[in-house]
Design a protein around this ligand. Structure first.
Ligand code: NDP
Length: 241
């Protein structure tokens, strides 16, 4: 029986991950700024696991410390953390405001540090854990208009590899998943024209679904991947070939 915490779980990829982990019998805590009470209740009812939502800004150190302590108490431990929460504030560098850069770095990168630290004591003392960080294809190849986002997501890769090396001897694995173009509110906000432009470039010929990412995360969370750590694995329909 697993005990999993998923950030950014109110919708999109994070919610699909929470559902996938619960479908395999994991108790789950769902975290987002707006809270995830309804989503947690639906998961508990559908999959017969324990589930609870927490309202927490994962860029805020104090909120993370308090919420994660309560989350670990609720679960009775934690052996899976999925750092999925993220935002975009796109714009050309010439016009990018300081706060657009700082907010994205805080929500997308600092959060991974804060949440990982918040579970590490429990995982280290249990000598067991799997941490999965959601980065992006744009960390690997850059993207005009997304200097802040690509920098934060590239930082996640550095954190992933450093933490994987640091925690390996304690039985904790750390991996990153790099989605390509996935159909969620984040990408819908780009508009139909941009979505179609992306779709046309994807070798497999279709936009990804949140479930495509969730299935890889479930594998990395499970003992089936117990010899895999420090890796960055794409889910992108071939977009990064
Ligand atoms: P959505 O915008 O649909 O969902 C983002 C989630 O993160 C929401 O649950 C949101 O909830 C939560 N969130 C945002 N900021 C915070 C915060 N400071 N504290 C806590 N929760 C927060 O995004 P997606 O599902 O599309 O993306 C999920 C992850 O996958 C992100 O990290 C994204 O960068 C990454 N990704 C997505 C791709 C795509 O094509 N969709 C491609 C590559 C990577 P709330 O607003 O309530 O806080």
């Amino acid at each position: 029986m697993k005990q999993s915490i998923i950030t950014g779980a109110s919708r999109g990829i994070g919610l699909a991950i929470a559902e996938e982990l619960a479908s395999k019998g994991s108790d789950v805590v769902l975290v987002s700024r707006s809270g995830c009470d309804a989503q947690a209740a639906a998961i508990a009812q559908k999959f017969g696991v324990r589930a609870k939502g927490f309202a927490c800004d994962v860029a805020d150190s104090l909120q993370v410390q308090e919420s994660f302590k309560a989350a670990i108490d609720f679960l009775g431990g934690v052996d899976v953390l999925v750092n999925n929460a993220g935002i975009t504030r796109d714009g050309l560098l010439l016009r990018m405001k300081d706060e657009d850069f700082d907010q994205v770095l805080a929500a997308d990168l600092r959060s991974v540090f804060l949440c990982t630290r918040a579970v590490s004591r429990t995982m280290v003392s249990n000598r067991k854990g799997s941490i999965i960080n959601i980065t992006s294809i744009n960390a690997l190849r850059g993207q005009p208009g997304q200097a802040n986002y690509a920098a934060a997501k590239a930082g996640i890769i550095g954190l992933t590899k450093s933490n994987a090396a640091e925690f390996a001897s304690r039985g904790i694995r750390v991996n990153a998943v790099a989605p390509g173009f996935i159909d969620t509110e984040m990408t819908a906000a780009l508009g139909v024209e941009v979505c179609e432009k992306y779709r046309a470039q994807i070798p497999l010929g279709k936009v990804g679904k949140p479930e495509n990412v969730a299935k890889l995360v479930q594998f990395l969370a499970s003992d089936d991947s117990d010899y895999i750590t420090g890796q960055v694995i794409g889910v992108d329909g071939g977009l990064n070939i």
